[in-house]
Design a protein around this ligand. Structure first.
Ligand code: NAD
Length: 465
């Protein structure tokens, strides 16, 4: 059965919005991505990607080529014709640790104004929030859309029939975002009205049923669970998922410290516990801890919500404290191996917060570089895509695009991000280029200790006995 084609507006053409827009076009909808950044829109119109994400350029080209995907700064026009308008703008961490809703508020008001100006009466609009926002934001967005409509002189726009709000949290992972958006583990929709849920179910039908032309093999599942909740629960699901993942990594890092003290190997322990179906094997990699654009800010926002309710988050506080120690641990492993950092050259291998992205938000590399520079070390960073941006973010860091250039003359190297290019390093060549003591601090336990030692490196992993 052919599925219904929807007109979609996606506001915010960032990692989430652009991938969402391109994947909705991929499954047959007509999508307009709206961004306030004129340069970004101009780039996208020329087929250039504003950030690095594997497979995205091809998916965008396919959408624009088929006439199903376009880019604009004009919110009014996009919302005027939309059945569903996604809010996919940034919700960065504010000074108080809480989520900063400035962008979401501006877009919600703008959607209200656009709705009023469009003068449409018959077709209702779903405002679907993909930005990660605290519980209660759905009602807040609803109020702002209404306010926007009233500002534009259309008090009638406040009528319930004209729009409904859904929370549709996003779980894609940078680095595999295209795959995740077409083959998600689940789709979560929170809403208070049945018609809103049904509109979202219809929009996602090709993904839910895995019924769209696809070249990717293997197809991971026959159907994708569509989880329907109230607004508040959907908003909480996103925070709870990220808080759980962060806690899981901090947990294995605490076990990693105990492995170091007792002579156990955290890799074997992770394998042994991860095969228990109740635990699962993922997010059990010990090392320098979690960072990135989501986990730190989302855990912080959840703790801020708890503070507002005068509730203690002992477990989350501990997860954060354990994580903060990881970077210090990397630096102390360097200091132990080098005696001093003053005047020593350290190569950071991988700068983006994880492989296959150029995203540097809360990247561990930046904190480690700043600490090493403050201790008098010379720091050279390698990353296949994020080197230039990292040099800008961390003044004093010399960034290069060739790992061996970073290693040449270095007294020590730290594996910060386990890119394939880092995992596949020729360790003998690395050792031949480095200066004594040729220390390798393996922040992701990416190498077999024996291989590294056999190549002539002084190897220090995390939790490896
Ligand atoms: P991003 O910074 O990459 O993109 C945000 C985009 O929104 C930018 O292009 C910006 O120009 C645009 N924008 C901001 N204000 C605007 C406005 N008023 N009108 C039009 N455009 C506007 O952000 P992101 O990483 O895509 O994150 C978006 C949201 O999704 C956040 O809430 C984030 O927590 C959540 N999220 C992110 C990820 C991820 O991996 N990046 C995963 C899941 C959820």
């Amino acid at each position: 059965m052919a599925s219904r084609v929807s007109e979609v507006a996606v506001v915010g053409a960032g990692y989430v919005g652009l991938v969402t827009g391109a994947s909705l076009a991929r499954i047959g909808h007509r999508v307009t991505c709206v961004d306030e950044d004129g340069d970004r829109v101009a780039w996208l119109r020329e087929g250039k990607m504003p950030f690095y994400e594997p497979g995205l350029e091809e998916m965008v080209a396919r959408g624009t080529g088929a006439g199903r995907l376009s880019f604009t700064e004009d919110l009014d026009a996009a919302v005027g014709r939309a059945d569903v308008a996604f809010v996919a703008v940034g919700t960065p961490q504010g000074d108080d640790g809480a989520a900063d809703l400035t962008n979401v508020s501006a877009v919600a008001r703008g959607i209200g104004r656009a709705l009023a100006r469009s003068g449409r009466r018959a077709r209702p609009l779903v405002v679907a929030n993909k930005s990660t926002v605290p519980v209660g934001s759905g009602d807040y967005v609803s109020a702002l859309v209404r306010e926007g409509a009233e500002e534009a002189g259309d008090a009638g726009a406040a009528g319930e029939a004209r729009f409904g709000v859904a929370s549709n949290p996003e779980f894609l992972r940078e680095g595999s975002a295209v795959y995740d958006s077409l083959f998600p583990d689940r789709i979560v929709v929170g809403a208070e009205e049945a018609w809103v849920v049904e509109a979202m179910r219809a929009l996602y039908a090709p993904v839910i049923e895995q019924n769209f032309p696809v070249e990717m093999d293997p197809r991971p599942s026959v159907t994708v669970p569509f989880v329907v909740t109230d607004l508040a629960s959907a908003e909480m699901i996103k925070y709870a998922a990220n808080a759980f993942l962060a806690t899981k990594v901090s947990f294995v890092n605490e076990i990693s410290d105990l492995c170091e003290l007792t002579g156990a190997d955290v890799g074997s322990v992770a394998t042994g516990i991860g095969l228990d179906g109740r635990i699962g094997p993922r997010f059990l990699n010990a090392g320098i801890g979690w960072g990135g654009s989501c986990l730190p800010k989302d855990v912080s926002a959840l703790r801020a919500v708890a503070r507002e309710h005068r509730h203690d988050t002992k477990l989350l506080d501990a997860a954060v404290a354990v994580n903060e120690r990881r970077r210090d641990l990397a630096v102390s492993k360097l200091r132990d191996g080098l005696a001093t950092l003053e005047g020593r050259r350290v190569a950071l291998l991988g700068l983006a917060f994880k492989p296959n992205t150029d995203d540097l938000r809360e990247a561990p590399s930046l904190g480690i570089a700043a600490e090493l520079l403050s201790l008098g070390a010379e720091v050279v960073g390698y990353d296949p895509v994020a080197a230039k941006a990292a040099a800008h973010e961390a003044p004093g860091l010399r960034a290069v695009f060739d790992p061996y250039e970073a290693l040449a003359g270095a007294h020590a190297a730290v594996v910060v991000t386990e890119w394939e290019e880092v995992r596949n390093l020729d360790l003998r060549r690395a050792a031949s280029l480095m200066r004594e003591p040729k220390l390798l601090v393996d922040g992701r336990n990416a190498f077999a200790p024996d291989d590294a030692r056999g190549a002539g490196l002084l190897y220090r992993g995390f939790g490896r006995g």
